[in-house]
Design a protein around this ligand. Structure first.
Ligand SMILES: *[C@@H]1O[C@H](CO)[C@@H](O)[C@H](O)[C@H]1NC(C)=O
Ligand SMILES: *[C@@H]1O[C@H](CO)[C@@H](O)[C@H](O)[C@H]1NC(C)=O
Length: 251
């Protein structure tokens, strides 16, 4: 059984999979009825439950891959406009913490096909190989090596706009746009091997970065949000493009 699923995922990623897709909801997957007068509350439970179930294993039978850690091959954040004047390149990215999200609220606007939900994450850690060259707070910086960036008490608001498409007589959702707002109470940065390993200079700059974490964060914020929104758009689409929406939102 497991082997069959693995082959299906592999085949799917190579786009050789035949439509319609087979899928299976885990028994403990929480679903909602669109007619539920408490739909928003139901969605809140569904999303929290789904994030936990997806966790470190994913749900292969629903084409959902692991999100904690969330592995991303490459993230590139363009130069900011104020404090941060450098292009940041990250590779082999692992983001830890999503599975311990607490969903604060959720809302589905059925007519406009917009799903909004707010989650709270106590601690979000991005580990990656970094490569930067430019300036931060007018100080020239460069380096490449291991980086760890932590955000604490993070409020994340997702706004997902869907469009509907009919395939084989069944209706599916397709994510048209995915917007993220990521708002932390505190940030902590670590970049090893800055300035070709000049440890004293590296430590001085790191202290400056951490003392000014908020200005730095505000400047890279939209780049970071855009990069992760693209990742989540792809994950969400992988799910919605294969499961008819009548199976996700029960009548
Ligand atoms: C950083 O960029 C500057 C100007 O673009 C270049 O002169 C310099 O050699 C670069 N430094 C490193 C370490 O790549
Ligand atoms: C994060 O939230 C917890 C619980 O609300 C609080 O005790 C802690 O001081 C907060 N930390 C920061 C950095 O805001």
């Amino acid at each position: 059984m497991k082997l069959v699923l693995l082959v299906a995922i592999f085949a799917n990623s190579a786009f050789t999979h035949k439509f319609p897709f087979t899928y299976k909801f885990p028994e403990n997957f929480h679903t909602c009825h669109v007619t539920d007068p408490q739909l928003d509350n139901c969605l809140k439970i569904t999303i929290e439950n789904a994030l936990r179930l997806i966790g470190s294993t994913g749900i292969p039978s629903l084409y959902l891959r692991a999100i904690d850690p969330l592995k991303v091959t490459k993230i590139e954040i363009g130069a900011g406009t104020n404090a941060v004047n450098l292009v940041q390149k990250y590779s082999d990215v692992s983001l830890h913490g999503i599975a311990s999200s607490k969903v604060e609220n959720a809302h589905l606007d059925i007519d406009r096909k917009v799903l909004t939900f707010e989650i709270f994450i106590p601690s979000l850690t991005q580990e990656a190989h970094y490569d930067i060259n430019g300036s931060i707070l007018v100080v020239p910086v460069y380096g490449n090596g291991k980086s760890v960036q932590k955000l604490f008490n993070v409020t994340v608001i997702s706004t997902i706009t869907f469009e509907e498409e009919t395939k084989n007589g069944e209706s599916y959702f397709k994510v048209q746009s995915y917007k993220l707002s990521i708002d932390p109470r505190k940030g902590e940065y670590r970049f090893d091997n800055m300035f070709d390993g000049d440890e004293r200079l590296g430590a001085t700059i790191l202290k400056t970065l951490n003392d000014n974490w908020k200005a730095i964060y505000d400047d890279i914020r939209s780049g970071l949000e855009g990069a992760y929104a693209a990742v989540f758009k792809s994950i969400t689409n992988g799910f919605f493009s294969k499961i008819p929406n009548g199976e996700i939102f029960l009548k």
